[in-house]
Design a protein around this ligand. Structure first.
Ligand code: ATP
Ligand code: FE
Length: 332
């Protein structure tokens, strides 16, 4: 099938066209308006989606060299995400489907992050474990089939992406600080400072403690030396990043051991983190894992991954009707 997919769950407006599971276009407009506020402002996100959606869809169709008449269905992100942001993509897709008299497909954003692994080779074999790490989620998912997934463990408070962004903010970096902290960590010593690795029962996570630990650590050191951050920035970043990665890896290793699964994938925005990517490669050598890491462009939010889920839903004839509405807390 030839499909158009739309992603508008947070602060990226994206449209993709795929044909037979091959991505022909994947256009992403990242909203710059939130930077000055140090975080995503939901109302501004919805407005920016409204402004971006038509140009982004037009560009995707142009790039793919596909006309509207050639489309077999239109897909959109139903959730999880910000209600007002999701509404834009959902309403647009409904109108588009109605106007062209083609089926509508609703997609779960977290499933889409995982199916980003089926865009390019190499593809994981079922069943595999996926560590989904993003701005709003931290999950270990047992992926049994394209559309059959079970969450084994997840964060009980903050997501790891949030922990990256909040820690980055505390050391004075711009929003979103995750990628900046990653860059600075590259030249730092990860063993210089110690931050807590919180252990939760089973495969669950907790990341709210680390930002408090970072806050007190910086406060205590700044009273002794006002220039503490400036003089030690790479080491601080590398040490924070190390604690976050070790926390992630601990439960992933446990899940791999207890399920006996060696097909291991990572997905979501934080899978762009170079330290985590390196740690996964080490896991491959040490534990004999087959590790799958998505291409950078498919780690953070994009419509190509939404289109991938839509492709498999189309094959199953799993369509939505015009009464479908966004679900901000949509579960996998
Ligand atoms: P969700 O998918 O849970 O709804 P989201 O869509 O907002 O949340 P993504 O776009 O998947 O999240 O990921 C964004 C997050 O990834 C941000 O927290 C960002 O800081 C983080 N991130 C991106 N690149 C890196 C990096 N190199 N190192 C660490 N964190 C990163
Ligand atoms: Fe996301």
């Amino acid at each position: 099938p030839t499909l158009l997919a739309i992603e508008s769950s947070c602060d990226d407006t994206s449209a993709a066209v795929i044909r037979g599971g091959k991505v022909l276009a994947n256009i992403v407009a990242t909203q710059e308006v939130h930077k000055q506020y140090g975080g995503v402002v939901p109302e501004l996100a919805s407005r920016a989606h409204q402004q971006n959606i038509i140009p982004v869809v037009t560009q995707a169709l142009l790039t793919a060299k596909i006309t509207k008449k050639e489309l077999d269905a239109v897909a959109f992100t139903r959730g999880p995400g910000l209600l007002g942001a999701l509404l834009v993509g959902c309403s647009f897709a409904k109108a588009f489907a109605l106007g062209l008299q083609i089926p509508l497909i609703e997609v779960n954003h977290m499933q889409a992050h995982i199916l980003a692994h089926f865009i390019d080779e190499p593809k994981p074999a079922f069943p595999f474990l996926c560590l989904t790490v993003s701005g709003g989620h931290t999950q270990i998912v047992l992926v049994k089939d394209y559309l059959n997934m079970q969450i084994l463990g997840q964060t009980t408070d903050d997501a790891v992406g949030e922990a990256f962004d909040k820690s980055a903010k505390l050391v004075g970096l711009d929003y979103p600080g995750g990628p900046l902290l990653d860059q600075l960590a590259a030249t730092g010593n990860p063993d210089r400072f110690t931050f807590p690795i919180v252990s939760m029962p089973g495969y669950d996570y907790s990341f709210s403690g680390i930002k408090t630990a970072v806050l007190y650590f910086l406060r205590d050191n700044k009273t002794q030396n006002p220039n503490f951050i400036a003089e030690n920035l790479p080491d601080i970043c590398a040490s924070i990043q190390n604690a976050l990665i070790q926390t992630l890896l601990k439960k992933l290793k446990l899940a791999a051991k207890e399920t006996g699964i060696r097909e291991i994938a990572i997905a979501g925005g934080v899978s762009a983190n170079s330290g985590l990517r390196r740690a996964m490669q080490e896991g491959a050598t040490r534990y004999n894992w087959n590790v799958y890491i998505p291409d950078f462009q498919y780690c953070t939010d994009n419509a190509a991954m939404i289109a991938m889920v839509a492709h498999y839903k189309f094959l199953q004839g799993d369509f939505a009707n015009q009464y479908v509405s966004p679900d901000p807390r949509y579960k996998v």
